[in-house]
Design a protein around this ligand. Structure first.
Ligand code: AMP
Ligand code: GLY
Length: 426
């Protein structure tokens, strides 16, 4: 198959890297891609939201399958637009609403008996403020629309909650995405990402993973798109996985059926494990970033074939999809992210970092006069696999120590939450 990957992040580089190993994949393109995808696919300079240009490229090049990496083109209806043009891996806009509207998602969860935090919705600033003033407690304040993972504020006091509300509704930090807010009860537990490929009927689970959303060590500081992830996470044992499948994934798929939503692609459940019970924080309609990096590092099936099967509504049973190892991805970010940061800084040491078997997935990078320079907040995802989580972590950080660019910043504690508690780790 000729395959076009849409996007330019670490997730897309990791997908491309895995597709290179996939027997059903022949030629790969990435639009617009980054310096990493440039080395293993042909980058095409098309904006993922320029649907007309994408369709022309697909028709001119003879693309068989398009894999949509980020949520924005899915929310804007790329799968609807390309229906009948080629195979599309990713849901149509009706399904993508599960991510693009927090209100739709929360109501969908309620309608379908999926356990989630109590919430209230406000489109009036005064009423939202009054609610917070009158109901002290720990609230999570969320912009209703898409905000690149940054429109959520987990607060600890009324003052913090009102500050967050102001950022969303008064400063309009996320534009129109913040014209409505969801105010949600704060859940305390361990977060886990459970991601499946679905054809609308059955599904193929990825290894359960754990992201690290806060910018600083020990989960301090504001939320980012994700500062590192590992898989598989020992927080999800066989029994819990069965519950997640039954109580969350299968209920969602049944819900899509009932609501006449033809959902094909990724269904990503962002879970909080509260006292051993899975509680859903959010659904996403695409792969996780950076969860995809460790997942792809451990995958050994025919990814292109499975994605094409999902896009055609004919998933079957696939055996032997995963290496029996652990993978850890540590994100190297530009200093200042998720706030303001500089771009265009030369990156040194990627080759040295890969010498011990680690893979450096590019995210915000670009080639400038033959040199790889920074071009985004999350710059690289240094990913390593090993027989134990501890060794995978060590290998990833050893590799990362070879890399440098002006302002480089990364967390030092990726996977530590479980390294401390896992007794019978493989
Ligand atoms: P969301 O985009 O809704 O998943 O929120 C982004 C992040 O905010 C999540 O990954 C959690 O770390 C945090 N978060 C969201 N909702 C809650 C909640 N109800 N309780 C605690 N943390 C939350
Ligand atoms: N890593 C979180 C996300 O992809 O939404």
């Amino acid at each position: 198959m000729n395959i076009l990957i849409l996007g330019s992040g670490g997730r897309e580089h990791a997908i491309a890297w895995q597709l290179k190993r996939s027997e059903s994949a022949n030629n790969l393109w990435c639009a617009p891609g980054n310096a990493g995808t440039a080395a293993i696919t042909s980058n095409v300079n098309i904006d993922p939201l320029d649907f007309g240009a994408i369709k022309n490229f697909i028709q001119d090049t003879g693309i068989d399958l398009i894999i949509v990496g980020p949520e924005a083109p899915l929310a804007a209806g790329i799968a609807d637009y390309l229906d009948g043009t080629c195979l599309v891996f990713g849901p149509q806009s009706a399904g993508a609403k599960i991510e693009s509207s927090k209100l739709f998602a929360k109501q969908f969860m309620q309608r379908n008996g999926i356990s989630t935090a109590e919430f209230a919705l406000f489109d009036d600033y005064g009423k939202a403020r009054r609610f917070l003033k009158e109901n002290s407690g720990s609230w999570v304040i969320k912009a209703d629309g898409l905000a690149a993972g940054k429109g959520v504020f987990v607060t600890n006091s009324t003052d913090e909650a009102v500050e967050a509300l102001d950022a969303i509704m008064i400063e309009k930090r996320f534009g129109d995405s913040g014209s409505r807010v969801v105010i949600e009860q704060k859940l305390v537990g361990q977060e886990v990402s459970y991601i499946v490929i679905t054809d609308g009927n059955s599904f193929v689970p990825m290894l359960a993973s754990q992201d690290h959303k806060a910018v600083y060590d020990n989960d301090k500081g504001p939320n980012t798109g994700g500062m590192g992830a590992y898989a598989p996470t020992p927080l999800v044992n066989k029994m819990l996985e069965e519950r997640i499948k039954k109580e969350i994934i299968e209920r969602a798929i049944e819900g899509f059926h009932r609501e006449n939503i033809d959902y094909r692609g990724i269904l990503y459940a962002g879970l909080m494990i509260v006292d051993g019970n899975p509680c859903l924080l959010e659904f996403n309609c695409r792969f996780g970033d950076p969860e995809t990096q460790p997942q792809m590092a451990l995958f050994k099936g025919d990814l292109a074939g499975i994605m094409a099967d999902a896009a055609q509504g004919k998933l079957s049973v696939y055996k032997n999809l995963w290496l029996d190892k652990y993978a850890v991805c540590v994100v190297a970010a530009s200093g200042g992210y998720p706030g303001k940061y500089l771009k265009g800084k030369p990156i040194r040491g990627i080759e040295e970092a890969e010498q011990n078997g680690a893979v450096v997935f590019h995210a915000g990078t670009v080639l400038r006069d033959g040199e790889t320079v920074t071009n985004g907040g999350r710059v690289l995802g240094v990913t390593a696999t090993a027989d134990t989580l501890k060794d995978a972590k060590k290998k990833a950080y050893d590799a990362l120590s070879k890399i440098d660019f002006d302002g480089i910043y990364y967390r030092h504690d990726i996977a530590d939450k479980v390294l401390g508690i896992t007794k019978n780790e493989k």
